[in-house]
Design a protein around this ligand. Structure first.
Ligand code: 4AD
Ligand code: MG
Length: 484
């Protein structure tokens, strides 16, 4: 047990205190009061949580304590306390231990007139929208606490998955001068005084005066730089923040999110799909195994969003996915399925058009009822770096779609033939000079290679069943919102 001894009193977490193995131990517990209930028999029940797990431990504070009237009976939700006592077997339902309290020390009060996270009536709860206004306090709620623990587990699982397979963790820059996805959705980084620029009504910016001497941006993806390391070291992955200045106000889009991008030399599209599938299954398996209590919570039919959507418990959804194969379906086949379906779509289905979220969700939720890997997309809707197929119409791109979310992974086999990528860039009006270093990879010892990007928040959203991506990142950045 990871504990800190202070004479005979051991400092333990709430999670440890709930373990029957510690019954009989003298402990010191530090945490926050969730609720206080006074018994008519002259003692109080204090529910304590410290974030180490979803459940609380109950401390029973006897009326004989010196400060029972002056402190204990005045404790309110949110107060921080130190409790010293003995872990004993609990007579109560749904808990195996409780604390027989010897002293209660108030560390910090939380005025109930002002502290917003007051316990609500039975079955009532603050809405997730309301909690976003208190983003600094919401980690104290059960839901956001559980999201944080599951996200931590997923991050650990991601590193383990790649480390066990010999991938090197590399860091690609956050500030960059190239637009990987070519969608022009980048935040510009500048030290220029924009007020001054506005006053001078300068028509054409002279970037010699700017910090980097040329326009620079926050990265939308570490892929291009990641490829340089894969084409030297074999298998690498990046895991870092990425930014999109996309005006999408949806439940799946963030302006700042984290992306995991593996990139592998000598991998073709099929190898890439195999890796993506085992990667996701590993994440799901670890979450179920290591966050059992939190995952039980997210599967509860009483959570308002689960109740509303009448969705199958997420634990069962994940367990079934782990046991089955993802469907693999070409873009062209997907279009045929959508064209034949009776579903009414807002956006028309036509070969050559990008799939909308409604189409993706139809395929994974209604048609296949399984995660789906779509591949071989029309070249006209995909970025310049994707491998061009012999049909001259499609490229070896792939997207992994899951129910409720739609696209969770985007990736491709990369175009490694110098002449082909050059003509593709010319076709798209991309200046070769700006990508000289990227083209060098194709000039010197070029190899087939592939990779993909997984959106961290999208996978956390899927695993937890949370309905809005803004509730799975501590401080969401979306168009018009960068508070905190
Ligand atoms: O499909 P995307 O744009 O792919 C790339 O950026 C490639 N360069 C990745 C690669 O091949 N190395 O983004 C990859 C994933 C998406 O599938 C999605 O999960 C997530 O990143 N993503 C977002 N997540 C939250 N908010 C947004 N605005 C996102 N845009 C993409
Ligand atoms: Mg994509």
């Amino acid at each position: 047990m990871d504990t800190e001894s202070d004479s005979q009193v051991t400092h333990i977490s709430v999670q440890q205190a709930r373990d029957p193995a510690v019954i009989g131990t003298q402990v010191r517990l530090l945490g926050w009061v969730q609720t206080r209930r006074d018994s008519k028999a002259g003692f109080s029940f204090l529910e304590i949580n410290d974030g180490s797990c979803l459940g609380n431990v109950q401390a029973i504070a006897p009326g004989e304590l010196d400060n029972y009237e002056s402190v204990v009976r005045k404790l309110t939700t949110g107060c921080s306390v130190e409790i010293i006592g003995k872990v004993v077997e609990s007579a109560g339902k749904g808990q195996s231990t409780e604390i027989e309290t010897m002293s209660v020390n108030l560390i910090g009060a939380a005025d109930p007139e002002e502290y917003p996270l007051q316990k609500r009536g039975k079955g009532e709860r603050h809405s997730m929208e309301k909690l976003r206004e208190w983003a600094h306090l919401r980690p104290r709620t059960r839901t956001i606490g559980a999201v944080a623990r599951v996200k931590n587990c997923i991050c650990n699982s991601i590193h383990q998955f790649f480390q066990e397979r010999g991938f090197l963790y590399v860091h690609t820059p956050v500030i960059t001068t190239s637009d990987c996805e070519g969608a022009g959705e980048m935040f510009q980084v500048t030290t220029l005084d924009l007020d001054f620029v506005a006053k001078k009504s300068i028509e054409k910016m002279d970037y010699n005066f700017d910090f980097f001497g040329e326009p620079a941006y926050l990265t939308v993806s570490g892929q291009l730089e990641g490829e340089t390391y894969a084409c030297a070291l074999g298998k690498i992955y990046t895991f870092g923040p990425t930014f999109r200045a996309e005006k999408s106000n949806t439940s799946r889009h963030l302006s700042e999110f984290w992306m995991i991008e593996p990139e592998m030399a000598f991998y073709e599209l099929d190898d890439n799909m195999d890796l993506a599938e085992s990667f996701l299954k590993r994440i799901f398996k670890d979450a179920l195994e290591h966050c059992a209590e939190d995952m039980e919570f997210f599967s509860s039919p009483y959570l308002p969003w689960n109740k509303q959507n009448k969705s199958e418990p997420i634990r069962e959804v994940l367990a079934a996915i782990i046991e089955s194969d993802f469907v693999r379906c070409s873009y062209t086949e997907a279009i045929e399925i959508l064209e034949k379906s009776d579903a009414k779509f807002q956006f028309p289905v036509k070969w050559g058009a990008d799939l909308q979220s409604e189409h993706e969700r139809y395929l994974t939720e209604q048609h296949f009822k399984s995660p789906v890997i779509l591949y071989d997309y029309p070249r006209s809707i995909k970025p310049f770096y994707m491998y061009c197929n012999e049909d001259e119409k499609t490229v070896r791109g792939m997207d992994v779609l899951v129910p409720q979310i739609g696209e969770i992974i985007g990736g491709a086999q990369r175009e490694h033939r110098l002449d082909v990528i050059k003509s593709r860039m010319a076709e798209m009006d991309m200046p070769e000079e700006e990508y000289w270093w990227y083209l060098d990879l194709r000039k010197f010892g070029t190899v087939p290679h592939s990779g993909f990007g997984l959106g961290l928040e999208r996978v956390v959203q899927f695993v937890t069943g949370m309905t809005n991506v803004r509730d799975v990142i501590p401080f969401p950045r979306t168009p018009g919102n960068a508070e905190f």
